[in-house]
Design a protein around this ligand. Structure first.
Ligand code: DX5
Ligand code: ZN
Length: 232
């Protein structure tokens, strides 16, 4: 378990007319990851961006590039997104027929592999691929759009996931994606998140660096509470 929360602003809420500038602002503002939301109009209703924009993000920052593929048949595009500079490639469990093979392929290409789960999807599908996982993304909104409200039941899922992966001999990060705010960051981290994605809460804030710092501060408290409880 990592002891410091990582903050992953989602560029979905950035201003694409000045994307490089916005990415530099979160880099200087203390973000850890930059979260790139790829949507195909099929897995989710919305269409966003592809490898070209991912590559432009890569050129604008040294942050960890965390690419969240909300697309059908993700195996067709994994290589393009690794070549574009993704450090993590995350596919949806619901979109992956041959999940184990996809995760192996991401590793072969030299990136880290993650799996995202829609709010209704049980954790069971992860159980036999744990050896191939570097990150699990718990969706706390229905994917497709930024600015939605956090689904409260995700907290229970985070706790269940924590129980599933704590104690295994491999570092698997737990990321939570959707509806994260300074107000709920503490309980989210306490429930089990290591990485907090935040789109609108960062990019729509008057001061990006301040927003990142506030989310981090609250998440840090939650993580400390979780650690104290585990140690007890
Ligand atoms: C939702 C995306 C999220 C989203 C987060 O489909 O995967 O990454 O952009 O945005 P906020 O933080 O505004 O909910
Ligand atoms: Zn996302």
């Amino acid at each position: 378990m990592s002891l410091t929360p990582r903050i992953a602003p989602s560029i979905l809420s950035a201003d694409f007319a000045k994307l490089g500038e916005d990415v530099r602002a979160i880099t200087q503002g203390g973000a850890d990851f930059v979260h790139v939301d790829v949507m195909d109009g099929r897995f989710v209703p919305n269409i966003t961006l592809g490898p070209m924009i991912t590559e432009a993000v890569r050129r604008s920052t040294d942050l960890v590039v965390d690419t969240h593929l909300m697309i059908v048949e993700p195996e067709r595009y994994i290589e393009d997104f690794v070549r574009a500079g993704s450090d993590y490639v995350v596919v949806h469990l619901e979109a992956a027929t041959h999940l184990h093979r996809i995760l192996q392929r991401i590793h072969e290409l030299g990136a880290k592999a993650g799996v995202a789960l829609n709010p209704h999807t049980p954790l069971d599908g992860l159980r036999y691929v744990l050896d191939e996982l570097d990150m699990v993304v718990v969706m706390s909104v229905n994917p497709g759009f930024g600015g939605q409200r956090f689904i409260g039941q995700s907290l229970r899922k985070l706790q269940d996931l924590r129980r599933m992966i704590d104690g295994i001999d491999r570092e698997i990060l737990v990321e939570v994606d959707g509806g994260v705010t300074p107000q709920n960051a503490q309980e989210i981290a306490q429930a089990g998140a290591d990485v907090l994605v935040a789109g609108s809460a960062v990019f729509k804030a008057p001061d990006v660096a301040q927003a990142i710092a506030t989310i981090r501060e609250h998440a840090q408290k939650g993580m400390a509470a979780r650690a104290a409880k585990q140690g007890a």
